[in-house]
Design a protein around this ligand. Structure first.
Ligand code: DGJ
Length: 679
């Protein structure tokens, strides 16, 4: 509920439980008690918060005019409704040629409001440009709560999506990525509750930015104990000059209020993502095999054929050849940018491999990293000026590579045309689109944003021209997991850490916002090549079966017994896949104590899947029964495999006995199917 009063500021009157129009309008007659403070009562409560006036809270809109003025004096110019669902509020500065439009889209069948802003220079040729210092997509004002607690994820490479829940301190809490990617270190979303919400109970406010570049969140708790969340794209500190006639659009920031604790909040976000963001939500994601951990850069046609044969035996549906197939890419210091098959490794091109994979009944996927070049590549030798760099400064190499400056249209056209050609000339059904380093030496502030917009443009054009091709989003693991790329890719690689025990934590954090349907998860070898931890095959499978199952192990080294067990686990996954990928997720127990478990229930409640993992067993204690969620309480459910029948009411009230073996790394998968419903 928004209000523009006599001061013409955009005040947020209510964000929270749903009100109908009449109820909402009644808020205008019952304003919140006016603050007795001598401060400006609007401070910290504005949904569009420009600098200026007697206000000092974080300003989501900051401009510097040519004469040095940084204050804005916005007058309300009107409201219009676009389509059926979008309210647009227009403002103009009283003395400078600047207009602002604030968009509020009510997303059908969800509680999500998508917000964005456009800043426009409305002057003529005689007017000077002005600089946009900051244009947050949205400032979300929370109601007064007893206390405020903030939930976010933090991390690093191989440890993405670590959930962090902590009391919001007074002042400004900033979370950001300054890397030109949404980053492994933080993720552009936040949730806030009053400190009492649990997985099942409580009100949760949240917002997420649809952006894959640099971003910043300011969560401010004012002296008056009010909280606002301001979330925006671009590089903090950058200055974007807008000339007369130019405009600066922000990406979408989606926000929603939910009842029912963090579990319901996540399910509401999953529902929104699956119904409005992710492409092809009705399609089941295939079981894939990826060769990276098996071969590294040591790729050969024979090796890939042999892996494909074994993968097909397991029931794999999509075979993906990873890095090392092109140019001089026999290690990570050469070849990026030269996207033709390595002539020593694939003298007859990719056809012998793609044909073979297809003849085995699998789709074929190919790794690419089109935004990059190695200095040791033909591309870089021909176009050394195409990389992001600052003149007369050393070019920082990360993993021996430099970033192509996608903000330049000719470079973006090259990247598009290269991938387009690859798809036209080869029988490729799936791309793993990787991006293995952040941006450095960004000499022009416009690059941060233009890079991301051109990347989106490339993906949009490729998808339109190749509608059958599916894309996996990857950035050195989960460096670019965000709503912006999830709208343009079909699944995402969330971490290079494939250790099942670590993965439970990463998946737990990922699931706070993102649905299992887009969460790629591989079964790899034990001991894990990165962490050295030993885990049983079933444990590794069960962890990966909580998302989009993949296999990334060196199948050449697996014996017949392992291959046989793996094949039956893949078959089991196919039976539970619709429920995992398209059902509702309930986090039964987080991966913090002795036992962790997650449950999925199909939309019609006829199927449920429970995946339980022992983290450690202490003092010989028995496992607690797992109280399930979301079942049809009047029904009975039969366990596939054992045939055991349970009353749903008992499973909900008392729980499912787990019968896990005694080992520390024991796990179990229980697939429940409704037998009958007793009205
Ligand atoms: C980083 C990815 O996350 C890995 O899965 C793999 O594709 C390597 N890049 C290849 O260089």
């Amino acid at each position: 509920m928004l209000h523009v009063g006599p001061d013409e500021l955009l005040q947020s009157l209510h964000w929270g439980p749903r009100l109908d129009v009449e109820q909402a309008a009644s808020l205008l007659e019952q304003p919140e008690p006016r603050s007795r403070s001598v401060e400006d009562p609007a401070d910290g409560t504005l949904a569009l918060s420009p600098t200026g006036g007697y206000r000092y809270a974080h300003a989501g809109l900051q401009i510097r005019f040519a004469d040095g003025t940084r204050t804005l004096d916005l007058a309300f110019r009107g409201a219009r409704v676009e389509g059926q669902d979008t309210l647009v509020l227009s403002f103009e500065d009283r003395c400078h040629p600047l207009a602002v439009e604030a968009f509020f889209r009510v997303v059908a069948d969800t509680d999500v409001i998508e917000r964005r802003m456009v800043v426009r220079h409305t002057g003529g040729p005689e007017d000077e440009p002005f600089e946009v210092l900051r244009a947050d997509s949205a400032t979300w004002v929370l109601p007064g709560l007893e206390d405020y607690r903030i939930s976010q994820v933090r991390g690093q490479w191989a440890a993405e999506h670590q959930l962090d829940r902590t009391r919001l301190p007074f002042g400004e809490t900033r979370t950001a990525s300054r890397r030109g990617i949404s980053s492994h270190h933080a993720n552009p979303w936040v949730m806030v509750d009053d400190g009492t919400a649990s997985e099942q109970v409580g009100q949760v406010y949240g917002c997420a930015l649809a952006w894959s570049g640099s971003w910043e969140l300011v969560a401010e708790r004012t002296g008056e104990d009010r909280v606002a969340l301001s979330l925006g794209a671009d590089h903090p500190g950058s200055r974007i000059a807008l000339a007369p006639g130019e405009e600066w659009p922000t990406p979408v920031c989606a926000g929603q209020f939910t009842h029912g604790g963090f579990g319901a909040a996540s399910r509401a976000w999953h529902r929104y993502l699956r119904s409005h963001v992710v492409p092809h939500p009705q399609e089941l994601r295939p079981v894939l095999y990826n060769s990276w951990e098996a071969t590294g850069f040591d790729i050969s046609l024979e090796g890939q054929l042999a892996l494909a044969d074994r993968a097909a035996r397991l029931g794999v549906e999509l075979f993906v050849m990873d890095d090392g197939w092109f140019g001089a890419r026999t290690h990570d210091a050469a070849g990026l940018g030269d996207w033709t098959p390595n002539p020593d490794r694939f003298p007859d091109g990719l056809a012998p491999l793609t044909d073979h994979v297809h003849s085995l009944g699998m789709a074929f996927g190919l790794w690419v990293e089109p935004e990059m070049t190695n200095p040791d590549s033909d591309l870089y030798r021909s176009h050394p000026d195409w990389v992001v760099h600052a003149p007369n400064r050393p070019r920082t190499e990360v993993r021996n590579q430099l970033v192509l400056d996608l903000s330049r249209d000719e470079v973006a056209a090259f990247v598009h045309d290269t991938v387009d050609r690859l798809l036209r000339e080869n029988a490729v059904d799936f791309l793993k689109w990787d991006m293995n380093r952040p941006l450095t030496e960004v000499a022009d502030d416009r690059i941060w944003s233009a890079y991301v917009r051109n990347l989106y443009g490339i993906l949009d054009r490729l998808r339109a021209a190749h509608p059958a091709v599916r894309i996996e989003n990857c950035s050195s693991g989960g460096g670019r997991t965000d709503l912006g790329l999830l709208a343009r890719t079909d699944q995402t690689w969330i971490s290079d850490n494939t250790d099942a025990a670590d993965r439970l934590h990463i998946q737990h954090g990922f699931s706070q916002l993102y649905p299992a349907q887009v969460m790629g998860a591989w079964v790899t070898d034990s001991p894990n090549p990165f962490t050295g931890r030993t885990t049983p095959l079933a444990y590794r499978f069960h962890a990966a079966m909580a998302g989009v199952l993949g296999i990334g192990a060196d199948l050449a080294s697996w014996d017949e017994a392992e291959l046989g067990r793996a094949a039956s686990l893949v078959a089991q996954y196919k039976a539970i896949r619709p429920t995992v990928q398209q059902g509702r997720q309930y986090r039964l127990r987080p991966p913090v104590r002795n036992l962790s478990a997650v449950q999925y229930v199909s939309a019609d409640r006829s199927e449920a899947v429970v995946l339980a993992f022992r983290l450690e067993r202490r003092f010989g204690r028995t496992d607690p029964a797992l109280a399930l969620r979301g079942l049809d309480p009047a029904a009975r459910y039969r366990e596939a495999g054992t045939g055991r029948v349970h009353h749903a009411a008992v499973l909900l009230a008392r729980g499912l006995p787990l019968d896990l073996p005694a080992d520390d790394r024991a796990s179990n998968l229980v697939h429940l199917q409704r037998v009958e419903h007793q009205p």
